[in-house]
Write a protein that binds this ligand. Structure first.
Ligand code: COA
Length: 173
């Protein structure tokens, strides 16, 4: 980032992140492509952090100077599917276009492959119109595997998604 005095970190969520997290998670534009339903109050942000982010196996707050500006997660499957996990991320609008998500996702991939030793594949489902997210994945070395037609509902409409993946053997830390 341009200003070297800004400290960039990933850390587990705290309930006290609710106000800052709500700037991202309560913004209709920022959450347009996310699976997360756009939150409507600080109370919903507290509840989401308490019930989803904190118990999650790997859900990190992307922070500048310890203040939450977004999130990144690695969600491993269980049982016979434990070889794979889903990655997801989102960032408050003011911080888009500065390389922050690519940097955060790279750390998350590195930590995820270490924390979950059965993982050999991390994948992402991305809406066809979500060019920024596709670019993030491509910068990280993900391969686009194909188009999943009429795959899911999001924000009230049925969506076509691209499937991306990165194998542990392809990841360059
Ligand atoms: C997707 C998102 C996380 C990207 O965050 P970011 O920090 O801005 O990403 P980066 O700056 O690391 O990289 C973005 C890249 O996309 C490119 N990009 C942005 N908008 C683009 C567009 N409309 N078309 C093509 N490329 C685009 C940028 O130029 C950049 O590429 P570059 O480094 O080659 O110039 C952010 O836009 C976001 O939070 N979106 C909403 C939530 C979301 O979509 N989550 C992912 C669900 S799969």
């Amino acid at each position: 980032m341009a200003n070297s005095s800004l400290e960039f970190t990933l850390r587990p969520f705290r309930l006290s992140d609710a106000d800052d997290f709500f700037i991202y998670a309560g913004d209709v534009k920022a959450t347009r492509f996310a699976r997360l339903s756009t939150l409507t109050s600080k109370e919903e942000a507290i509840s989401y952090i308490q019930n989803h982010c904190i118990p999650h196996p790997y859900f990190r707050s992307i922070c500048i100077n310890d203040r939450c500006i977004g999130c990144v997660f690695i969600a491993p499957e269980k049982g016979e599917d434990r070889c794979r996990a889903e990655i997801g991320y989102g960032l408050a609008l003011d911080y888009w276009g500065k390389g922050i998500t690519t940097r955060a996702a790279k750390i998350a991939l590195s930590e995820g492959f270490k924390q979950f030793p059965d993982l050999v594949r991390i994948q992402a489902h991305v809406e066809v119109d979500n060019k920024a997210s596709q670019r993030v994945l491509e910068k990280l070395g993900f391969q686009r595997e194909g188009l999943l037609r009429k795959f899911t509902y999001n924000k009230g409409a049925i969506r076509d998604l691209f499937m991306y993946s990165l194998l542990s053997t392809e990841f360059i830390a």
